[in-house]
Design a protein around this ligand. Structure first.
Ligand code: PLP
Length: 395
């Protein structure tokens, strides 16, 4: 058998700190490595495989579409794209869609749309206010929007037109707003930056501020959307409606797809002003349609609310038993376990030995984001393994 780790070391750019496991197969919340070892997966491709690995409904839709029509470009009308557009518009507060291939690309599209809106309706305003500890993607523009110095520093100078301010502070947004501002870009709950849940009224206050100033509110729901927090979109839980919303990750259950959605009033693109070769192709949209339709038809959001609360309760019990756990935070099935020291890497190693995948997204914190279909029994199994790992590591 090939030594996959050596091949990676030799051929791949060293951009990733990979977990020392080569995964070859997945089913539901389980994956298997190249030695036949089975793992319970509480990473789900970083909040992507929303219905679990290789869900039969999604796999069947992909297989059917793959043998019917994969790609013809946006020079033509194609049916899966329009079916998915209708499904998402009819189940959200937004009116129009644009499909692309990833989260960063969706956010780039959203910022371009906001700039175009600024040109047309706000005397050429172009600046976008975003938050510290945010994460919006890896393109140069989205690195500028991502308020994290460690991601920005290697790529200076960054494109202009972005202002980073404190998260969860309306005062910071008010202070940064000028006649040049066209939009505020926020994650409803910050994902990569820490699973940071804002105060209940933060987004409402930001919405009111944007309305008063005539600027757009862009919600990046790439991690929080498609049921992850227990409603199809996170904005529903905060009593606000964005002007523009971006989606990716869980939308295609593992097939790359991204999306910009907007209200009619923010629909500022004209023909030729934005585009994508692959965006909205029949294969990706068939996967997206099967995923979202299944989530809606089977009240997967209700299930996420129930099992999310159960997972949070079980983690709070862990916190009670292990002094090294300093905080449990998050919503739905996006939860973080924070430690009082930098032990997340060791906890991952101990979990791996017992067959559990978790994401040490900070030196002192783990992120848990299993498939939306995870069962209470799988949660019990994961928490049991984590319990043992904490006992082994924090001695
Ligand atoms: N926005 C948010 C909130 C994300 O969590 C991510 C990815 O983690 C992105 C944007 C970037 O998405 P992608 O990696 O698909 O470009």
């Amino acid at each position: 058998m090939a030594n996959w780790r050596e091949l990676e070391k030799k051929y791949y750019m060293p951009t990733f700190n990979r977990v020392p496991v080569t995964l070859v197969r997945g089913e539901g919340c389980r994956v298997w490595d190249d030695n036949g070892r089975r793992y319970l997966d509480f990473v789900a491709g970083v909040a992507v495989t929303s219905l679990g690995h290789c869900h039969p409904v999604v796999a069947e839709a992909i297989a059917r579409q793959a043998s019917t029509l994969i790609h013809v470009s946006n020079l033509f009308y194609t049916i899966p794209q329009l079916q998915l557009a209708e499904l998402l518009v009819e189940n959200s507060c937004l009116d129009r869609v644009f499909f692309c291939n990833s989260g960063a690309e969706a956010n780039e599209g959203a910022v371009k749309l906001a700039r175009r809106y600024g040109q047309l309706h706000r005397h050429g305003a172009y600046e976008v206010i975003s938050a510290f500890q945010s994460f919006h993607g890896r393109t140069l523009g989205m690195v500028a929007a991502t308020g994290q110095a460690k991601m920005q520093q290697p790529y200076q100078p960054l494109p202009g037109g972005f202002v980073n301010v404190a998260y969860n502070s309306l005062a910071a947004i008010r202070e940064a707003t000028t006649e040049k501002t066209c939009a505020v870009l926020l994650e409803p709950v910050q994902g990569e930056g820490g699973v940071n849940v804002p105060a209940d009224d933060y987004l409402k206050e930001v919405r009111q501020w944007c309305d008063r100033q005539g600027i757009l509110l862009i919600l990046d729901e790439i991690q929080t959307g498609i049921g992850r927090l227990g409603t199809l979109f996170a904005y529903e839980q905060y009593g606000v409606e964005p002007d523009i919303m971006t989606l990716a990750k869980g939308l295609g259950c593992g097939v790359p797809i991204g999306m910009v959605m907007c209200k009619e009033g923010a629909s500022a693109f004209a023909a030729g002003e934005h585009g994508s070769t692959f965006g909205g192709n029949p294969l990706a949209c068939a996967a997206g349609y099967a995923t979202v339709k299944y989530i809606l038809d089977n009240d997967i959001c209700g299930h996420v609310r129930r099992v999310g609360r159960y997972l949070e309760d079980r983690l709070l019990e862990l916190k009670g038993r292990h002094a090294c756990v300093s905080q449990i935070r998050g919503r739905g099935l996006l939860l973080a376990v924070e430690f009082d020291r930098e032990m997340a890497g060791q906890v991952l190693t101990a979990c791996l030995e017992k067959g559990l995948l978790v994401n040490p997204f900070k030196p002192n914190a783990l992120r848990l984001m299993p498939a939306l279909t995870v069962s209470a029994a799988e949660i019990d199994e994961a928490v049991g393994i984590l319990d043992g790992a904490l006992s082994a590591v924090a001695v």
